[in-house]
Ligand binder design. Structure first.
Ligand SMILES: [Zn+2]
Length: 407
């Protein structure tokens, strides 16, 4: 009888009905663990999986390019599809201020607005409020801040952050959280406790069932706080769990130690998202510690500064060394930039201040990290990832710093 009624409904109403019946729609299936005698040890928790979202399946581990203002800078969605990007992140704080989340909603939501029809993720706006806003006043209910654009006053609460993210309409959304100075134990404890209360309020505020709301683990680099936060956020039974407050000035060892505390306390059957972390070596070390989702502005930011990932180390393509270099950025890369253009041509574009330079280097840098993740997924599947970590880190170590000349 219900189906007869449904057939008369408009298509969009039918799909809403259907999605409610199918709930939960965010299934995470682990395809393979690294296996072997070291499986589950601190540096061998890697796994591949499939996270199903309304805009398609994500093969994990996955690296997400960042589209801060509803665009991955200098790239079209077609470029992103051609480099096999599957997940794109956008920023709640920026889109709320400009053009406004209600405008995005009225234009059909973020996927339609920016014409990206694969999975999307939005952050909660918390990190930008704490790092970008001109002034901010935090209380237990929320944060009042002044826009970095025009100084106007705004207020975010957990309920407001969720309402904005529901208007934007990404597949994966984040609970509102507070990011602390990682080395300040007293403040980290306060911020963590507030983050927990805000996570509960974020969950209560959610009205859309077609968005996966992730809780966020905080707690600075304090092992006791991180353990408490991991246990609390895991107890909320969200479809995935994010780890926030890292890559904010702590050492690599502190980041690794924190992941070694947090990950074993998280459920196996939920995707784990390490927020804002994504140098090549961070991806390798993070996957080894059981992380499934990463995002970072690094590849596109480097591109705008003429810096490209390459086998011999990071290249500054503005350097005169490349003026007559007939090689592509990376002879082993399958991206459009490397298959088509020489280093000499890209250097010319940079010197002539042509915008195409940023586009070509962005295509290459993003493809380099996405290709790294594709290789890592193969290695996990064939059981060789654990033994290949030293070799992978060695391959990428020169890209940690800029190299001025080609070898
Ligand atoms: Zn390339």
């Amino acid at each position: 009888m219900g189906w007869v009624t449904d057939i008369k409904l408009k298509p969009q109403v039918m799909s809403l009905r259907f999605s409610l019946i199918i709930d939960p729609m965010f299934e995470f299936q682990i395809a393979s663990n690294t296996g072997g005698k070291n499986a589950g040890s601190s540096n061998n928790r890697a796994r591949t999986g499939v996270f199903s979202t309304p805009h398609g399946d994500l093969l994990t581990p996955v690296f997400a390019p960042v589209g801060t203002q509803a665009t991955v800078k200098t790239l079209t969605p077609e470029h992103l599809k051609n480099i096999n990007a599957t997940l794109v992140l956008s920023n709640t704080y920026h889109l709320y201020l400009r053009p406004g989340d209600e405008l995005v909603r009225d234009m059909g939501g973020l996927h339609k607005f920016m014409q990206w029809h694969r999975p999307m993720l939005t952050d909660s706006g918390g990190f930008q409020v704490f790092s970008l806003a001109q002034t901010r006043k935090i209380d237990d209910d929320g944060v009042t801040f002044k826009s970095h654009i025009d100084g106007s006053t705004h207020r975010f609460t957990p309920e407001k952050s969720i309402a904005i993210q529901e208007n934007l309409g990404a597949d994966i959304i984040m609970a509102f959280d507070e990011c602390s100075d990682p080395n300040d134990h007293a403040y980290s404890k306060l911020a963590m406790e507030r983050t927990h209360r805000w996570a509960e309020r974020s969950l209560k505020a959610q009205t859309r069932r077609d968005q996966a709301l992730f809780g966020i683990v905080q707690g600075g680099v304090q092992a006791d706080l991180r353990a408490a936060s991991a246990k609390f956020i895991a107890s909320l039974d969200t479809p995935g769990i994010a780890i926030g407050g890292l890559s904010v000035g702590e050492t690599k060892k502190e980041m690794h130690d924190t992941l070694d505390v947090v990950v074993p306390l998280l459920p196996e059957n939920k995707p784990r998202y390490l927020m804002g972390v994504g140098t090549p070596e961070d991806l390798i070390n993070g996957v080894a510690r059981g992380i499934d989702i990463f995002d970072c502005v690094l590849p596109t930011r480097l591109a705008r500064h003429h810096s490209a990932f390459a086998p011999e180390g990071r290249l500054n393509l503005m350097n005169a060394t490349f003026a007559r270099d007939e090689r592509p950025i990376d002879e082993t890369c399958d991206c459009y930039a490397c298959k088509t253009f020489t280093r000499a041509y890209i250097r010319h574009l940079i010197v002539a201040k042509e915008l195409l330079a940023g586009t070509l280097i962005s295509i290459h840098n993003l493809r380099a990290l996405i290709r790294l993740m594709e290789r890592i997924r193969v290695y996990i599947s064939d059981g060789s990832f654990g033994s290949r970590v030293p070799e992978l880190l060695k391959q990428w170590e020169n890209n940690a710093k800029r190299k001025q000349t080609a070898l």
